[in-house]
Design a protein around this ligand. Structure first.
Ligand SMILES: *[C@@H]1O[C@H](CO)[C@@H](O)[C@H](O)[C@H]1NC(C)=O
Ligand SMILES: *[C@@H]1O[C@H](CO)[C@@H](O)[C@H](O)[C@H]1NC(C)=O
Ligand SMILES: *[C@@H]1O[C@H](CO)[C@@H](O)[C@H](O)[C@H]1NC(C)=O
Ligand SMILES: *[C@@H]1O[C@H](CO)[C@@H](O)[C@H](O)[C@H]1NC(C)=O
Ligand SMILES: *[C@@H]1O[C@H](CO)[C@@H](O)[C@H](O)[C@H]1NC(C)=O
Length: 556
């Protein structure tokens, strides 16, 4: 009897210790900016080798139907809040440098919620949710540490962001300008600062790190594509005819190296085994249109591009890796929306999802780690009431209803960009993937056969039809697509399936009734960096700018 008592005590004690010492996972989210669907090797293009990203994808779980918003600010808002941006008026055009809009700081963010669970929270790189006040910068939204830039883009070397005719340094450590890293290539700098965070992390706490890249957005002036060594780059990617596309290839190559280096830092810190790594692009690539800051990226064979609600704008490159995955090396075809990352990661961190309140995101942890069916049957792609653009997915992502497709009429819904499949490109090199630092560090058991098999499964074969039935789905018209049959949105079937169309229209109308109208921002001349030693600064803090009045307007 005595023995039994002791045994029970030991059992209870050990259960307790196991539970209490089970450490929370570290979480690292790597965000690519404006990376096209077709600009990673694992989606079938041979043009730009991305061995590290490919290795991460093939070793982990590929999120093959991962939907974002069609442009930067809304996507980043959705990631951090778990809510559709139209709930709080951030569904439209991205915030310009010097524009007096920002994410209301009262909204709970993933960073704030993880901080409550004891995480150290870091953002390295791009913010793009406003900077008018200190209460708008990352520190007010739950990040203990931010090193990077506040606006949508900056020069890769000069670190200057442009808004209208205003230009200034936008490299900041928290709210302080940083001059001494000027001249350093942005992708390298973001990588280096991320490595420093990982190296210096005190493991008594779990780590939350967002590595938010400038790559592969346009750089200086929103126009230039920038690489470290043009001659070297031209040699390496000489088989690409288009000069800008060659630069884009070099920028993507640097991004790929960065993914390798970031994972290496986790391995050297010996926390890789307990880290969840999420990688995605915030929206599709803007292939053409200088007003749209085109970068020559390719979303082929998906239709459309950034700023459109066609899949080329919103179905993006995405994958996840964790030792907790019970289905490594698989493709997840379930409908997953960017708002799902907040509840999913919060759950993985041991949080109670109910405490997040009413959000649009759905916890997808079991879908991702155990291939269970997604609890999400529909997703609002977006409603931009100012530009008459809206779109909805239903039936697990099968049907998509579009009611006005693009915010810029010059790009509607064509196929844009290079296919990367013709003979001018090198062959797909599986050895490079097998020998990549990511593949070595993850110690998976990839083989050439497995790689080619997975890659083949992701081919969008039914998309080889070369023509789009254009007339039936133009700017400001309603159209319906069956994405399972027609993932490249070639054929409007609204007339063929009137019941589906009507059902979806009424659902979309319901969302329209819930829209919070966007506040009209304006480029504030008071923001001009000339007033702040040529740096961007939270100018609305300045008494010159009548803080009191503006604060009331801005937060209403
Ligand atoms: C890590 O944090 C703990 C708790 O705050 C502290 O006791 C310890 O000294 C820290 N370790 C290092 C290496 O800073
Ligand atoms: C949006 O649609 C409304 C009515 O449908 C129209 O009056 C308005 O001009 C449209 N706005 C844009 C930006 O197309
Ligand atoms: C190795 O591959 C096999 C078959 O593809 C798979 O069942 C197994 O789980 C893999 N092991 C690891 C550690 O990934
Ligand atoms: C379609 O868009 C128009 C604005 O252009 C809007 O007034 C209408 O409610 C929308 N209808 C649906 C079904 O979404
Ligand atoms: C002002 O800008 C220059 C670079 O143009 C920099 O070297 C200097 O440190 C800045 N001054 C202050 C007070 O930040």
């Amino acid at each position: 009897m005595g023995d039994l008592k002791i045994l029970i005590c030991v059992l209870i004690f050990s259960i307790k210790t196991v539970h209490s010492t089970k450490s929370k996972p570290h979480i690292v989210i790597i965000i690519a900016d404006d990376l096209g669907w077709n600009d990673v090797g694992f989606h079938g293009s041979n043009q730009i080798p991305t061995p590290n990203m490919d290795a991460l994808a093939y070793n982990g779980v590929i999120l093959n139907r991962f939907y974002t918003l069609p442009q930067c600010t809304p996507s980043r808002a959705a990631l951090l809040t778990g809510q559709y941006p139209m709930r709080y008026g951030y569904q439209g055009i991205p915030i310009l440098a010097g524009e007096n809009r920002f994410l209301p700081f009262q909204i709970p963010t993933l960073a704030k919620k993880l901080k409550e669970l004891g995480y150290d929270t870091h953002l390295i790189g791009k913010w793009h949710l406003g900077q008018g006040y200190r209460n708008a910068t990352p520190g007010a939204h739950g990040f203990d540490n931010h090193f990077g830039y506040w606006n949508g883009f900056m020069g890769y070397f000069n670190h200057e962001a442009t808004g209208g005719n205003m230009v200034g340094l936008d490299m900041h450590h928290n709210d302080e300008p940083v001059w001494d890293t000027r001249g350093q290539y942005a992708t390298d700098l973001i990588t280096e600062k991320s490595e420093e965070v990982i190296k210096g992390h005190n493991e008594s706490k779990p780590l939350f790190l967002i590595v938010s890249h400038l790559a592969v957005h346009t750089g200086k002036g929103g126009v230039d594509l920038e690489v470290k060594d043009i001659a070297e780059n031209n040699k390496k990617f000489g088989y690409i005819q288009d000069e800008r596309r060659r630069m884009y290839a070099g920028m993507t190559d640097e991004l790929d190296k960065s993914v390798g280096d970031t994972i290496k830092a986790l391995a050297e810190k010996r926390i890789l085994d307990n880290t969840i790594i999420v990688f995605f692009s915030d929206n599709g690539a803007p292939t053409i249109g200088s007003a749209l800051l085109d970068n020559t990226g390719s979303n082929w064979p998906l239709r459309g591009q950034k700023f459109t609600v066609f899949d080329g704008g919103v179905r993006t490159v995405a994958m996840i890796y964790s030792e907790q995955l019970q289905n490594k090396g698989t493709i997840n075809n379930e409908l997953i929306h960017i708002t799902d990352l907040m509840p999913t990661l919060y759950y993985a961190a041991g949080g109670d999802v109910a405490s997040l309140g009413k959000i649009d995101g759905i916890n997808q942890w079991l879908t991702i780690t155990k291939s269970e069916k997604s609890q999400r049957s529909e997703a609002l792609i977006n409603i931009d009431e100012a530009r008459n653009v809206s779109a909805l997915l239903t039936d697990g992502g099968r049907y998509k209803l579009i009611n006005g497709s693009t915010v810029f009429s010059e790009v509607d819904g064509d196929f844009y960009g290079e296919t990367g499949r013709d003979d001018s490109n090198p062959e797909y090199n599986t050895d490079d993937i097998l020998h990549s630092s990511v593949n070595i560090l993850l110690r998976g058991n990839l083989t050439q056969e497995k790689i080619l098999n997975l890659r083949k499964q992701m081919e969008l074969k039914s998309c080889r039809k070369s023509t789009i039935d254009h007339d039936s789905c133009r700017y400001n018209s309603v159209c319906l697509f069956d994405l399972f049959e027609d993932p490249c949105e070639t054929t409007n079937i609204a007339n063929k399936f009137p019941e589906v169309t009507e059902r979806m229209k009424s659902k979309l109308e319901k969302y329209w009734s819930e829209v919070k109208v966007q506040r009209k921002g304006f480029l504030d001349p008071n923001a001009n960096p000339v007033y702040y030693n040529n740096t961007w600064y939270p100018w609305l803090e300045d008494t010159r700018c009548h803080v009191g009045d503006l604060r009331t307007i801005l937060l209403s």
